[in-house]
Design a protein around this ligand. Sequence first.
Ligand code: DGJ
Length: 375
Amino acid sequence: MCCLCTFIFPSLVQGKKTNEIRSGEIWPDNHGVHINAHGGGVLYYNGRYYWYGENKSDTTSSAMVGIMCYSSSNLSDWKKESVALPVITDDASSDIVKGCIMERPKVIYNKKTKRFVMWFHLELKGKGYAAARSAVAVSDTPEGPFKYIRSERINPRKLPFDMTDEQRAILDTLDANKYKQWWTPMWYEAISKGLFVKRDLQGGQMARDMQLFVDDDGKAYHIYSSEDNLTLQIAELSEDYLSHTGKYIRIAPAGHNEAPAIFKRNGEYWMITSGCTGWEPNEARMFSAPSIWGPWKKHPNPCRGPKSEITFGGQSTYVLPVVGKKDAFIFMADIWCPKHPSNARYIWLPIQFEDGIPYIEWLDSWSLDFFDKKK
Ligand code: DGJ
């Protein structure tokens, strides 16, 4: 068992019944092998769900294989489809050369171009987490192979569109030389006001943990931890979803949020995030807004019950709307296992609502009819 799983859920039993979802356990694919699609997201297309995620090896979290794709009609039985975007092994100058870092891939379908667009967090081989780039790839079929296009920082030379003249004037006066010492109250205040937005203005904004969201009108948005993981940003994607339009906002400045997962219910946007503690679990956070452009309001931790203060040992990765069921959303999270990355486990739990506010409880075992019983 994975280091974290043994610690958190010592009494897990193997062997699942049909359609059962058992978080924290080994999830065999159609070959009986534990699904290797971490930090992932799910796309519904033409009657099937496609699960994309990071392939993790036994010894390193760097990308040795690439981005995986599995498919299912019932969200319980998963067929291994392909390595949707393989790492490059014969060109050391490629952004996605074997040994780089490819994290949190998400795929969306563009109805106008009829193409599948993948974005993921890319770090260049041997450079740790310094590059903080976003990478994009495209395919004509959900299982790929995806064609790699490019990687980049986001929206160079653009300030958040909702910054007031007054806020811009303050940003102009921020002098990086005055804030060389990190984590002081003064430094936090300067971060809030956009110290790192200004620092990264020419080259573009940093983006690490990320999410994609397609709204009802077909517009797509990229949500990512920016500014050295201190501030979330939401940026609009172009009509073909292959680039950014330059329009973006900042959320929870200096709030240290990672792992954003977003969904929409009754016109309200909800976002669940984590704090920043590397591979260690921490307490989830939740935000809501009446529009994708905010204002985003913070709520208490949506998780309830034992281990809720560490998100049941996991870190959010996606919220999956179940097709054909009203108000049916699955909270997806990863129980990381840094000492044996491929042994990381998945948490899938139903999102429940009380007075319209989402909450999540641990369930050892559940199936999709849980959503029908709740009605
Ligand atoms: C936490 C992030 O959420 C993960 O995707 C990964 O980047 C780790 N940090 C690396 O420590």
